[in-house]
Design a protein around this ligand. Structure first.
Ligand code: THG
Length: 367
């Protein structure tokens, strides 16, 4: 089948790493926050196998930072999320669902506290900066909101500690999950956090200053030859097994954090602009929620439009991500499913482009 090209222009922003990503043989891109995000290098399945056994370097510059700085920064960040931020420490990262005044999901970023009056909100794929600027203006808050020249570079996989230690020193080994440290590279300090969009472990380097992109990438590859370090990217199979949610795919503004299974990240912080709406929607009872599922049969194609789910022949939700898992020898999926069918073990049917398939709801992620 022939396929039209995606035309690239200035709006489809390149990253500080794009030249090297292309030299490494990137084969697919998607667009995320108006920026290039690689989707595979060898094949999605070969990349998956390598990610789970070695170490990869990922250009995730598209995880843009919304910087909130000023006397009202803490107040504004708390308005964005139902997750309580009162106890966040400097250097800590928190997964923070962000909602509008109706409790609808606007984004699911990591929020990093850099100082008492300075935060980075490391966003998923929606224009959160516009909402944040609107709130600041409307509430007359004393803050500056910018998109700084910061491009995350992830080091992911079981050998990530060894590789990162060779470039940033053994101090990386002491960084706890979702904590960070400022570590030197060629005389400049960079924020290195133990985080990343996989369950294989690793770090994210917040590369501040585009001119540092190529030197840091090159240093990681120079240090990791014997570790079989390769260029990689968030992997559809691995993240679906892990049920790492993808904003715009698995959830949208139509959904509340509760529906997205993110209730444990919502402490009902009353300063959140969506607080009252979320409480009211919660009181009405949850009618649907995200679940992992196993879809029977041969490998399914990629989800480009949600696939209808049927329970006992009636509409029961939709599948929003799916991939064949070599490790689990089944298709793994993520879907939003109605209450009547969301219990573990429930048998449902999925209308895929490859025909109707039986599927089973899982109690939790595959990994
Ligand atoms: N790293 C950074 N920025 C990001 C992402 C990232 N921005 C975009 C996107 N990813 C935001 N979404 C997520 C979703 C899941 C996780 C991180 C960011 C994640 N979740 C773990 C889980 O669900 O198991 C851990 C959550 C927790 O325990 O708090 O890591 O990857 N910089």
């Amino acid at each position: 089948m022939s396929f039209p090209v995606l035309s690239v222009s200035r709006r489809t922003r390149r990253t500080p790493f794009t030249n090297l990503v292309e030299a490494a043989g990137v084969k697919g891109y998607t667009v995320y926050n108006h920026m290039l995000l690689p989707t595979f290098f060898d094949s999605v399945e070969a990349d998956y196998r390598h990610l789970k056994s070695n170490v990869q370097v990922w250009d995730v510059a598209c995880e843009r930072q919304v910087e909130i700085q000023g006397p009202d920064a803490a107040k504004l960040v708390q308005m964005l999320t139902p997750r309580a931020l009162s106890r966040i420490k400097i250097g800590q990262c928190l997964y923070t669902p962000m909602v509008d005044e109706e409790g609808g999901m606007l984004n699911d970023p990591l929020t990093i506290k850099l100082a008492d009056d300075r935060y980075w909100v490391s966003i998923a794929d929606s224009d959160l900066l516009l909402w944040v600027k609107g709130l600041a203006l409307g509430f007359g808050l004393a803050v500056q909101i910018t998109e700084p020249d910061v491009s995350p570079l992830a080091v992911q996989g079981p050998k990530a500690d060894d590789l990162a230690a060779r470039v940033f020193g053994d101090a990386v080994r002491n960084i706890r999950f979702f904590r960070s440290a400022w570590l030197p590279f060629q005389g400049q300090d960079f924020l290195v956090a133990r985080s990343g969009y996989s369950k294989q472990g690793g770090f994210e380097i917040y590369v501040e200053g585009a001119e540092w992109g190529e030197p840091i990438w090159d240093a990681l590859f120079a240090a990791g030859g014997d570790l079989d370090v390769r260029a990689g990217c968030p992997n559809l199979i691995e993240r679906t097994e892990a049920a790492l949610l993808s904003y715009g795919n698995d959830m949208t503004r139509e959904h509340t954090p509760d529906e997205c299974g993110l209730e444990k990240f919502c402490d009902a912080a009353s300063a959140c602009v969506g607080h009252a709406a979320l409480q009211a929607r919660r009181a009405d009872g949850l009618g649907r929620q995200i679940r992992s599922l196993a879809i029977d049969g041969d490998p399914v194609p990629t989800v480009t439009q949600p696939w209808p789910i049927f329970g006992a022949g009636k509409p029961a939700g939709q599948v929003t991500s799916a991939a064949w898992s070599p490790d689990f020898q089944t298709n793994v999926g993520i879907g939003m499913i109605d209450r009547a069918h969301w219990h573990a073990g429930a048998a449902v049917e999925i209308e895929t482009p490859a025909g109707m398939r039986t599927a089973t709801i899982k109690a939790g992620p595959f990994i």
